[in-house]
Write a protein that binds this ligand. Sequence first.
Ligand code: FPP
Length: 246
Amino acid sequence: MHVAIVMDGNGRWAQEQGQPRIFGHREGANAVRRAVEAARHEAIDVLTLFAFSSDNWGRPVNEVSALMDLFGLYLESETKRCRQNGIRLSVIGRRDRLPVSLVEAIHLAEERTAAGDHMLLRIAVDYSARDSIYRAARAVDSAVSREFFELAIQAVMYSVSPALDVDLLIRTGGEMRLSDFLLWECAYAELVFLKKMWPDFRAKDLRDAIGEFHSRNRRFGKVPVAANPPVLTPAADMTNIPVLSQ
Ligand code: FPP
């Protein structure tokens, strides 16, 4: 099962406490630790967290640089724990605009956790779904048929930022939108929107969202397969319906 989370509400959470926004991001990093720990105990194979969108570069410089520092610190502090727990860490998104020290920390974390086979933890940094679709599409623009195009996009996106279909997308913070996160991969995702802010996210919230996911009827655009399909009686058989004369 692939769970993706838009971790929204750090800023408002901090403001509610009369604190600067970065205070909320720091508490958000603790919520990330808790969420990863909780995910490890659920049947989750892939957990993708939206940490920094490509549009977030438009935030005040001090907030952006504090976030970059926080990502670096998180990778440094969590690599060991991930290794011990069989979690493979991977960062998706562009790397060419990130601070060099963060790119190095990403390489190191990915290298050190590469053998993890219990869960894949993907952190999206400088990520834009439209950008990854654009880059994938550019690479396969000679595709001939829609089917081939989709397969090719899937393959290329896998190399750009692995296109793993999302089963459940959770967004905290009360907004109900995708904000350019995993647009391709969320084609058939079940969406769960929570009013609570990300720093308040607990293991129970993940469990409840997964429970909600299991209560949904996923049809993928098809009709449900009935256990005992009704046998058509002659009366219900369309061929027996008399043609009305005009
Ligand atoms: C959105 O809330 C959150 C972010 C843009 C940053 C997410 C970062 C973290 C959860 C902390 C660190 C992450 C890792 C992976 C260590 P917002 O700031 O837009 O909140 P607001 O909508 O209330 O303003």
